[in-house]
Design a protein around this ligand. Structure first.
Ligand SMILES: O=C(O)CCC(=O)C(=O)O
Ligand SMILES: [Fe+2]
Length: 255
């Protein structure tokens, strides 16, 4: 597909593209960067369980997660890859392709509650266990977050827009992953801003369950690249393994 077609797909027609894939060795590398941080955090809070979680593998986290205080040990900061890992990712081929296709851009900064950590690139992963509604968020466009958390006014150059790179590392196509609302980036949505967990979060003013969405079928390494106006949500995991995905935001200064 040509560049123009790709940009049309992402910014005009569909609002997203499924065209980018990691190559096998990149998938292995990203998995190991995430798993390393996962295990470090397990060993920080539950050193006695390190071997158990390690031998099960991160995709089987749910089998033993009753042993840990899940919501306490996985705040966002514990899932933001360290700057060293971000630097390794920036050297990978898929990132170079992104740079080639979408520059000029800058990477999002780590935003935690009301703070911006200026010296830290934001690349963070999610951990979504089977059949746990609480492990996924609510329908949103990333733009709503950028606006209500004042990320746009603090971090974005004037006139910039964000492009999201969502990378499934462990997933089961058709059973978990990302749901999108087709055509949603062309509509106006009515949402309110709630003051929760020491930050601000956008919440739709209509009944979420009435909004039709499509679960994108993605195999591990098959990225979803979408514009900041596309309404989406993590699907409740109907598979049998824990879904792990990585997110990177490109703040584009030219379209
Ligand atoms: O992976 C998820 O559950 C949600 C992802 C999301 O909202 C995003 O990538 O912007
Ligand atoms: Fe999002």
């Amino acid at each position: 597909m040509e560049m123009l077609e790709l940009k049309k797909e992402i910014y005009e027609n569909k609002g997203y593209s499924l065209r980018y894939k990691l190559c096998p060795n990149e998938l292995v590398k990203l998995r190991s960067l995430v798993e390393e941080q996962f295990l470090q955090n397990i060993s920080k809070h539950y050193p006695n369980y390190l071997e158990l979680f390690k031998s099960a593998g991160i995709e089987n986290y749910h089998l033993h997660s009753h042993l840990v205080d899940h919501s306490k040990i996985w705040p966002k900061l514990s899932r933001c890859l360290a700057q060293n890992a971000c630097n390794e990712i920036k050297e990978m081929n898929f990132f170079k392709t992104l740079t080639n296709d979408f520059s000029p851009f800058q990477l999002g900064r780590v935003v935690y509650e009301r703070e911006v950590v200026w010296e830290w690139d934001e690349m963070y992963w999610r951990i979504v266990r089977p059949h746990q509604q609480g492990d996924v968020g609510t329908l949103h466009a990333d733009k709503w977050f950028h606006d209500c958390m004042k990320i746009r006014e603090r971090v974005f150059p004037k006139g910039a827009n964000a492009l999201k790179i969502w990378i499934p590392l462990y997933c089961e196509a058709g059973k978990n992953g990302l749901e999108v609302v087709e055509g949603s980036h062309h509509k106006n949505w009515d949402f309110r801003i709630e003051d929760i967990e020491n930050t601000y979060k956008p919440r739709l003013n209509c009944e979420e369950s009435q909004i039709e969405r499509t679960l994108l079928s993605t195999e591990p390494g098959e990225m979803v690249i979408f514009n900041e106006d596309l309404v989406h949500v993590g699907a409740v995991n109907e598979g049998s393994t824990t879904r792990i995905s990585l997110e990177i935001t490109l703040i584009r200064t030219l379209c």
